[in-house]
Design a protein around this ligand. Sequence first.
Ligand code: ADP
Length: 547
Amino acid sequence: MNEISTSAINPWQRVRASRTALLATGYLALYVLLDWASYVEPLRNTNITPWNPNTGVVMALLLARGARWAPLVALGDFVGEILTDRTPPPWRVLVLSSVFLACVYALAAWLLRRRGLERPIGSPKSAAWFVGGTALASGIAAVGYVGIMVSGGELTHADGAAAVARYWIGEFNGIIALTPVLGLRINPRTAWETVRRSPRDLVMHTVGAVSGVSLAFALAAARDVRLFYPLFAPVTWIALRYGVAGAMISVSLVQAALVAALELTPGSIPLFDVQFPLLSLGVTALFLGALATQRDSTLRQMRDQDAVLQRSLRFAVAGQLASALTHELNQPMTALISYVRSSEIMSEGQPGADPRLAGTLRKAGEEAARAADVLRRLRSFYRGQGARLEPTDALAVCAHVAEALQDRMRRNRVECALRDAADLPQIMIDRTQLEIVVHNLLVNSLDAFAAMPAGAGPRRIEITGQPHGAEILIAVDDSGPGIDASVTEKLFEPFVTSKISGMGLGLSLSRTLLRHQGGDLWCEPSRLGGARFVIRLPIQAESQTEL
Ligand code: ADP
């Protein structure tokens, strides 16, 4: 069945192309908006302003997506200057400056990405690389940009030094304040959980930041008191509590609030004078935040390791328990089989015996033998002994297991369809182990349906098989609610369950059994709307994988 492998390719490519177009449009819109909003106190009608948050967006894009986005950066710069400059320079000068700036920042991003900065800043070391790299890049950008403007006749030589300082601080400050924020990958659920756990902290931090900005503004508005220390206390406090995310979000908000307040108040101090204190605030907050983030992630790693150890211990205990149980049950099972056989033989010689008795005893004998077989396999599995490989029709095994669950499916109004690929070859596998896996998958789907409200749409399970090179793929799709977000990440780990009475061992055991035979098991979203579990198995038996 080709649908398993090919149906996903084209829609994905289409989704990727439309995502790229969306990102490019969003980038240009945000860039031009910020360029326009920050066009304050320009030097001689050039684009040299003391605050360039739009460059923060440039670095965020190049760090996240790589230097191949440099042409878009050059285009954004060109369009931004045309739209926001009061008297834009001639287009030749503009093209040269846009290409130059894009090259400088693309090179900086390329170097920083080699230091792992395509990921959010999470340690003082990566913060140091970021601050050092962007300070240097914005310095080179400032010197080059001013040089181009001077040689294009837009600025005089006498303006040079002041223009470089103004441009550099604007660029550097814009990057420090905005790039770390745009690079954040905030999980809304975790963020909401943090806020929900301590809403009082959030209120106090907000009050602190608002008071800091108001006090700094009040002092600044008094013209001769240019102190910005009140801003440091709340931002430091927030950085230590929420790490890089809290630190840099608060720095951006504080910067935007202060710049807006100063700009909206004619007669207050020039923005350029505020930029150095704001830059120190940004750099301090970034380092403190990075330190706090690193501390938090070290603590989390320790807790995760502890949890993994706990789970391994429980898995080992479960193995021991299973081994002990199989050992203890083996003898009674053997006795049970011989008693049933004896009863069968005795019933044959009884005149007038109910003819159904012999049939029932035969079935009881077969079931007891099957149970004994399962116990034997489990025991040898936990003892590390190999599986019993035999040529098997995998879909026939699925059909057999689905048949055994017919009654439960009927009661839950679940429709189960089995779709066979005509050329599905037989595979060398331990049949009982495959039965255990398929049984577990089908029962999980049935459990998932049981947790859904009645009448919530059709309940379908589809089992499909397809050859895939030297392997076969068996997929079990259902139209249930899908995998609960609380278990998605650790689905195949032992003791992970979303059910009140679940053990969380089914999937981990299934994957272990399949991997032991050179196969695998994974989960993906189903086109039926629920979960899709795919079993991969080699057609020829592989040497047993060491687990
Ligand atoms: P258990 O059944 O004891 O919970 P499993 O390892 O079999 O253990 O499954 C782990 C978890 O995976 C289940 O608790 C359930 O949350 C999720 N799960 C497995 N299969 C499905 C499915 N078809 N639909 C929704 N959730 C599923």
